[in-house]
Structure formats: structure tokens, C-alpha cells
Design a protein around this ligand. Structure first.
Ligand code: ATP
Ligand code: LTN
Length: 343
């Protein structure tokens, strides 16, 4: 059966971009694959440089609760927190020793997030894609559902897996080479206020982001205030009309209808009624998620138990992979040392 792995950072409240670009796909994939989903708290520590521990803890639990509310099913899939499975950090070290400085420096996300920070940029931010490769490779993932922005990171995981197998395990490959799976629509939801930038937990302003837990009034207000352009025609053109095109993508993804069909329906009626239709579709899309979230948030102990169970199941897969990788790289078997000391 196909194995799927994906992760999401608890770097802020989850938003519509995360939902349409990633989570909808996570939920759908449970129908046809063995899925492993992870709240990547170690990644969330990489920016900003000084994170707040209490906030990180709260956001980690909140992200996990939201994933359950969206439809990740812990009976069918494995849902866990990255730092609960220490194999991720350990495997990162092994991969660090075969990753090149040059290939990491070129990563677009590193370039974006380190811009203007000079020498103070953290080593963690630089190493971020290697930790992500470890996440994926430890579980023998065939497919990794992510938004477009993650394409280079998945290619790196593939390159490192292949390099490792070639150098250290040519006859009996340790790692499975993954491929990225992008959602058919809304692979890149843009910031409502700055439609040339992606909607983001960590870099967008509050007004540019629709959070999954925003109430209907707030959602409508944000969409009504979305930046469009001074013309009034409604057509899909990412270059000339980024704001309108973004709203068309959101509406298409939220309703399951095609962009062409939506253009025919809305062109000629002005931006006001178009934005109202987008707002209504988003409110309806999020209503059941918000209802389930409220029920789950009322019992955080149950969510924590689900995560503990997920971590135990994740380790059953990750630990043997890490052991094989260590053996292939020449780490002395810990069993021999123990016997020597009579422990
Ligand atoms: P950050 O701003 O902290 O980088 P983020 O909002 O970009 O966070 P991630 O945790 O990095 O979100 O990403 C989680 C998943 O959501 C990834 O698969 C990513 O590709 C997807 N995703 C994030 N933002 C968008 C977006 N604007 N449009 C589509 N997909 C997105
Ligand atoms: N970098 C990803 C989050 C992430 C991830 C992963 C995604 C961390 N580890 C493994 C897929 C597979 C992001 O920012 N979206």
C-alpha cells in the first residue's frame, strides 16, 4: 500500500492556505494510503530566532486539534508530534553529513526567510530542509502531499535518500525515494492584502489571512477587504489580476467548481457580489471544521492521549529505519558495547 507522510508547523494558527493547499489532500489520501501526519514543532523553532516556549506548546496542541477537526482520523492514520519521536533529530544528523552546504544555501524558503538577517540567521533555519528530509525518509514515504512552495524540499529529500542509498546501501536500499503530490486546485493561496505573496502563518498580516477558526463575520470582512484592482472585470490572470485570480481559486477550491464556470457566472456583476459569494463559500466550507474543533477543544486530555498513541506507532516505523541507516553508515552496534561491559 502507498505510504504517505506530511507535516505542518505549529508556527501560528492554521489558515485557508494550509487547508486548501494541504489539509484537504491529507484527509482525502486516507482513503487510499497509509498516512503518517506530523505536527513539526522542531521546524517551528527555526523562525523567528527567539520563539516563545509557552506559545509553541499551546500552538502544537492547537494544530493537532485542528488536524483532527479537519478530518485526520487517528484510527486510520498516524498523527503525532515530531519532538515525541527522537529518531527525527538523530536521523537529521546522519543526513547532515551527506548534505551539501551549496544545495541548502540555494533553497528558496531559506533565502526568503533569511533575507535581511545577515549573520544572525540560525543554523536551524539553514538545516530545516534536512530535518524535513529525515521526517519523510524515516517512514519510507512514497508520496508527500504539500503545497507548491515545498517542491524544492521534497526534491532534496529525494536527492539525499538516493545519495545515501548509493553510498551506503547500494544492494539493499535503506530509504524509499518520495515524490511530492500537489493538490489540483489552490496549491498556492495568496495573501488577501498582498496577493503576490503566499498566505502564511508567520509572515502575513492578520488582515491578509483567513484563519480556520475565524468566525463568519470576520471571514466576510477580510474577503470584502481583499485587494483586487481598479478594473471591474472578473477573469483569471495571475499576472495582471492577482487578487481576483486568487479569489477565483479560493472559490473554485471551496465549491469544487471550475474557474471557467465561475468566471462565466460572475463576470459583469462587479466585485461586490463576487466577494460575497467567495465569503459565503468559505464560511460554509469551514463551518463543520469549527464545530468539530469546539467539541475536541473541550477535552484536551483526549487529544494528548491520541498524540501519545500516535508517537508510539510512529516510532515502530521510524526506529527500525534509523537503526538500518546507522548500521549502513558504520555506527557500532550498541548491543556489542553492552555485552562488553556486562550491562
Ligand atoms: P509558515 O508561514 O510558518 O512557513 P505556512 O503557513 O507557510 O507556515 P506550513 O506549516 O509551512 O505553513 O505549511 C503547511 C502546509 O500548508 C504545507 O503543505 C504548505 O505547502 C501548505 N501551505 C502553506 N501555505 C500555503 C498557501 N498559502 N497556499 C497553499 N498551500 C499552503
Ligand atoms: N516544511 C513543511 C512542513 C514539513 C513537512 C515535513 C511537509 C516539515 N516536515 C515533511 C511534508 C513532509 C512546510 O513548511 N510546509
Amino acid at each position: 500500500m502507498t505510504r504517505v507522510f506530511s507535516g505542518i508547523q505549529p508556527s501560528g494558527d492554521l489558515h485557508l492556505g494550509n487547508h486548501l493547499g494541504a489539509l484537504v489532500n491529507w484527509v482525502a489520501m486516507q482513503e487510499r494510503a497509509e498516512c503518517v501526519y506530523c505536527v513539526v514543532d522542531l521546524h517551528a523553532m527555526t523562525s523567528p530566532a527567539e520563539h516563545d516556549p509557552a506559545t509553541l506548546r499551546q500552538r502544537t496542541l492547537s494544530a493537532a486539534t485542528t488536524l483532527l477537526a479537519v478530518g485526520v482520523d487517528p484510527q486510520r492514520s498516524i498523527l503525532f508530534v515530531q519532538s515525541h519521536v527522537h529518531e527525527h533529530a538523530e536521523c537529521t544528523w546522519l543526513l547532515n553529513c551527506i548534505a551539501g552546504f551549496g544545495e541548502l544555501r540555494k533553497m528558496p524558503q531559506f533565502k526568503d526567510k533569511s533575507a535581511g538577517k545577515g549573520e544572525s540567521v540560525s543554523v536551524g533555519l539553514f538545516d530545516y530542509p534536512v530535518l524535513q528530509s529525515a521526517d519523510i525518509l524515516l517512514y519510507h514515504a512514497d508520496e508527500v502531499p504539500v503545497g507548491e512552495d515545498q517542491r524544492h524540499h521534497i526534491e532534496l529529500a529525494r536527492d539525499l535518500g538516493q545519495r545515501f542509498n548509493h553510498r551506503f546501501a547500494p544492494d539493499d536500499p535503506v530509504f524509499t525515494l518520495p515524490r511530492a503530490i500537489h493538490p489540483p486546485a489552490a496549491a498556492r493561496v495568496m495573501d488577501l492584502q498582498e496577493p503576490s505573496n503566499k498566505m502564511s502563518k508567520s509572515t502575513s498580516s492578520d488582515k491578509g489571512v483567513v484563519y480556520l477558526l475565524d468566525d463568519p463575520t470576520r471571514i466576510a470582512k477580510k474577503i470584502r477587504a481583499a485587494v483586487t484592482d481598479s478594473a471591474t472585470d472578473i477573469r483569471y490572470d495571475r499576472e495582471a489580476k492577482p487578487g481576483v485570480s486568487n479569489l477565483l481559486e479560493i472559490l473554485a477550491a471551496a465549491t469544487g467548481r471550475s474557474i471557467d464556470e465561475l468566471v462565466v457566472e460572475h463576470d459583469g456583476h462587479g466585485y461586490g457580489s463576487f466577494k460575497a459569494a467567495v465569503a459565503e463559500a468559505v464560511v460554509e466550507l469551514l463551518r463543520p471544521v469549527q464545530q468539530r474543533h469546539a467539541a475536541l477543544a473541550a477535552d484536551p486530555g483526549e487529544v494528548s492521549r491520541t498524540l501519545a498513541d500516535g508517537a508510539a506507532r510512529a516510532r515502530e516505523v521510524a526506529a527500525p529505519t534509523l537503526l538500518r541507516a546507522k548500521q549502513a553508515m558504520g555506527m557500532l552496534d550498541a548491543g556489542i558495547v553492552r555485552e562488553g561491559h556486562g550491562w
